[in-house]
Design a protein around this ligand. Structure first.
Ligand SMILES: Nc1nc2c(c(=O)[nH]1)N[C@H]1C(S)=C(S)[C@@H](COP(=O)(O)OP(=O)(O)OC[C@H]3O[C@@H](n4cnc5c(=O)[nH]c(N)nc54)[C@H](O)[C@@H]3O)O[C@H]1N2
Ligand SMILES: Nc1nc2c(c(=O)[nH]1)N[C@H]1C(S)=C(S)[C@@H](COP(=O)(O)OP(=O)(O)OC[C@H]3O[C@@H](n4cnc5c(=O)[nH]c(N)nc54)[C@H](O)[C@@H]3O)O[C@H]1N2
Ligand code: SF4
Ligand SMILES: [Mo]
Length: 647
């Protein structure tokens, strides 16, 4: 869609960032330049407003640092070359390495820089060209996904507006004002109609303003607290026969709840029995919706934390109920047809959490080439320094990006690509059920191409042009084939903007059954003990999203070092004052920070922004050990411990 006024044209697109909200954006263009962005008022979830980071995206769009020409490494320098030459080099190097060492020597790494469905065409290319190596595991949502797939055999959520039917909402660790802001108007409306909200988060976030009660749980205390709530559900008779019949292993789960004293569980969670009664009674007084945050699953026991919440929802009769449910993820790709992918098994899978070591250790053949699509693994994966070394040691690496990052700076070849305002793609959301298209609101600068066009140019050099041919629009139409006659064709999406996915349920498991083989909920029956505390490193390092960045993509890059928020008592005993420079240290290394006092926080945490920048000295992931979560092959980012020292 585009409309015209005398001097401006207005264009509609969809935000492609790794964010649950997938907003509709209205861009105002004057003389070929985007001059203003705002939220699409006709998008039911966007409701006319955008977040802090996308409101300021024009600073990035027109930033002088933007990469506009391919960059080829010559010694220590990266020099600009032409696009055709760049693609020739990429095609030649990849072909030679494949011929000499086989496709297992080539790794395609794709991450969440853009959530556009067409990015899968890059995966398709590396399937056909190889299949080459790819990553396994998921550092973003792996443990939560695995938890819900184990318990329910499927993962999706009740419609986002179903929250308006909840009597209670338990916000279990979602940082609404930073990473899911379009839930705020819905929760406000629900509260105005009497819905009571409880927030459970070790960090005092602005979510407290939207809550009737705030429980400042100890980090990693969720399973312990969940068992307390479970025990009260049983003790107070809130587990109905009907709910129990819908679950497997009820007795084993009950034994787990009673296997430890309430006092010991309360100590682990740092919450009281009365707090647990409050939550249990809210669940019993349903419908009650549990909103599951992402932070609690990025821990060694992350999968267990989510599995407990699944169990509480099911046993309290809230699963499959209007106004209920345990919402972790919206099945954003369910409407799309990816059957063009070959599904050929890759010759090798490298574990994403430990990517640096996995690349360095790979033998017979070694990893000789890496192609990165929409990712900045050096900054964003655990153990940044090892990931950096792995890229530095790899014979040939190609990074497709629009901006310089820790990863582009280590690449043999950087290929410039489009921004979210020049993108041409198809989006589903992981925080609601609406679909949208992104369309260029301005053309990309000359010589800058989408990932699709880059792959098509590469395929053409390799005699594969036909399999990858087609405009972005044709690819979108192909991916919408299954829903085109149900109101979600490419024309519908272009004309109407957001369309609710015709395959999305209003209520998940609304017929009372889940998708496990027995059609019953699998309850968790065992939980690992928490990791022993470290006297050396007493603080939990919570690297949380900040409104100022989208992972490693900052609104304006912080000057100096990153901020570290702590309770004053943590610093004062060390002679560190508010605003002082200090250092976070652990067995992995050290990170310079500026201390910010916040008396509302626990005294066992330090809160830093998750987005890093290794070369600027503020990659928090340099302190994060590459450790897997219990299930789902995630990364236990938030199980990191540090100590604060003066500088
Ligand atoms: N502004 C902004 N928005 C973003 C992103 C961003 O970088 N910036 N990132 C996007 C991405 S990639 C994702 S995956 C999503 C999710 O983004 P994330 O930031 O990963 O997830 P949140 O759940 O919003 O935030 C983590 C919350 O979990 C809490 N938490 C940490 N440990 C525990 C615990 O042990 N128990 C409990 N109960 N809570 C805990 C933290 O204090 C925090 O409030 O958001 C997206 N949105
Ligand atoms: N310490 C710590 N680390 C974390 C987390 C944490 O909570 N704490 N969270 C983790 C999570 S949830 C995630 S999802 C990851 C995110 O990790 P990444 O997905 O690697 O991070 P981003 O910075 O979002 O994006 C990577 C790059 O994609 C580029 N990009 C944007 N659009 C496009 C496009 O259309 N095409 C191409 N080719 N590139 C594009 C951006 O410019 C950016 O440089 O980080 C993880 N890392
Ligand atoms: S980043 Fe998220 S909240 Fe911000 S505009 Fe994009 S989809 Fe909306
Ligand atoms: Mo993520």
């Amino acid at each position: 869609m585009s409309t015209k006024t005398e001097t401006s044209t207005f264009h509609r697109t969809t935000c492609n960032r790794d964010c649950p909200d997938a907003c509709g954006i209205l861009a105002e263009v004057r003389d070929g330049r985007v001059v203003r962005l705002r939220g699409d008022p006709s998008h039911p979830v966007t409701q006319g407003f955008l977040c802090f980071r996308t409101n300021r995206f024009l600073d990035r769009q027109y930033h002088p640092n933007r990469i506009l020409k391919p960059l080829l490494r010559r010694g220590d320098r990266q020099v600009e070359i032409g696009f055709d030459e760049a693609i020739d080099i990429a095609a030649e190097r990849l072909s030679t390495i494949r011929a000499e060492s086989g496709p297992a020597a080539i790794l395609h790494y794709r991450s969440g820089g853009s959530l556009g469905a067409l990015k899968a065409v890059s995966d398709f290319f590396f399937e056909v060209f190889g299949p080459t190596a790819k990553k396994r595991g998921d550092i973003c949502s792996g443990p939560g996904d695995a938890a819900q797939m184990t318990d329910f055999g499927e993962e999706d959520s009740n419609d986002v507006f179903d929250l308006l039917h909840a009597r209670h909402v338990i916000n279990w660790g979602k940082n609404l004002h930073v990473s899911n802001i379009h839930l705020i108007p819905i929760l406000k409306e629900a509260r105005s109609k009497g819905t009571r909200v409880t927030l459970i988060d070790p960090v005092r976030t602005r979510g407290v303003e939207l809550s009737d009660r705030y429980l400042q749980i100890r980090p990693d205390g969720d399973t312990a607290f969940g068992l307390m709530v479970g025990r009260i559900l049983f003790e107070e008779g809130h587990v109905t026969d009907e709910a129990a019949r819908r679950c497997e292993e009820v007795d084993a789960f009950k034994s787990l709840c009673f296997s430890r004293s309430m006092a010991s569980l309360a100590q682990e969670a740092d919450l009281s029995v009365e707090d647990a009664q409050h939550v249990a009674r809210a669940l019993a007084d349903g419908p009650t919706a549990i909103l599951v945050g992402w932070g609690l699953q990025r821990r060694l026991r992350g999968g267990s934390h989510v599995r407990i919440l699944d169990a509480l929802s099911a046993l309290s009769g809230n699963l499959g109920r209007k106004g209920g449910g345990v919402s972790f993820y919206y099945k954003r790709k369910a409407a799309f047809d990816f059957s063009f992918l070959t599904g050929s098994p890759p010759p090798r899978l490298l574990f994403e959490t430990c990517l640096g070591e996995e690349i360095l250790q790979a033998k017979d053949p070694p990893i000789r080439a890496i192609w990165v699509t929409a990712g900045n693994p050096v900054a964003m994966l655990p153990d940044s320094k090892t990931v950096a070394r792995a890229f530095e040691n790899t014979e040939f690496s190609v990074v497709v990006d629009a901006f310089p990052t820790d990863t582009t700076r280590r690449a043999s070849l950087v290929l410039p690509t489009t921004t979210l305002l020049e993108d041409d793609d198809l989006l589903g959301a992981y925080g609601h059920h609406y679909l949208g298209v992104s369309q260029p609101v301005v053309p990309p600068p000359p010589g800058v191409h989408t990932d699709l066009e880059i792959i098509q140019a590469l395929a053409a050099r390799l005699g594969l042009a036909e399999r990858f041919a087609g405009s972005a629009r044709a690819w979108k139409a192909r991916m919408l084939a299954r829903v085109a006659d149900r109101g979600a064709s490419i024309d519908d999406l272009e004309r109407r903007g957001a369309v609710r996915s015709p395959v999305a349920p209003e209520i998940v498991f609304g017929d009372g059954h889940v998708e496990t083989p027995s059609r019953k909920v699998r309850l968790i029956t065992a939980i690992e003990a928490p990791e022993a505390e470290s006297l050396d490193c007493p603080l939990w390092l919570l690297s949380n999203s900040t409104e100022r960045s989208q992972s490693s993509q900052w609104v304006s890059e912080p000057s100096g070092c990153i901020s570290a928020r702590v309770h004053p008592s943590v610093a004062e005993t060390l002679g560190i004052a508010d605003g002082d420079d200090a250092r976070l240290v652990n067995e992995m290394g050290a990170l310079d920070v500026r201390v910010e006092f916040d008396a509302g926080q626990r005294d066992d945490v330090v809160i830093v922004p998750k987005g890093g920048h290794l070369d600027h000295g503020w990659a928090v992931n340099a302190l994060v050990r590459p450790r897997s979560t219990d299930i789902g092959e995630g990364a236990a980012y938030l199980s990191t411990r540090v100590r604060l020292v003066a500088r």
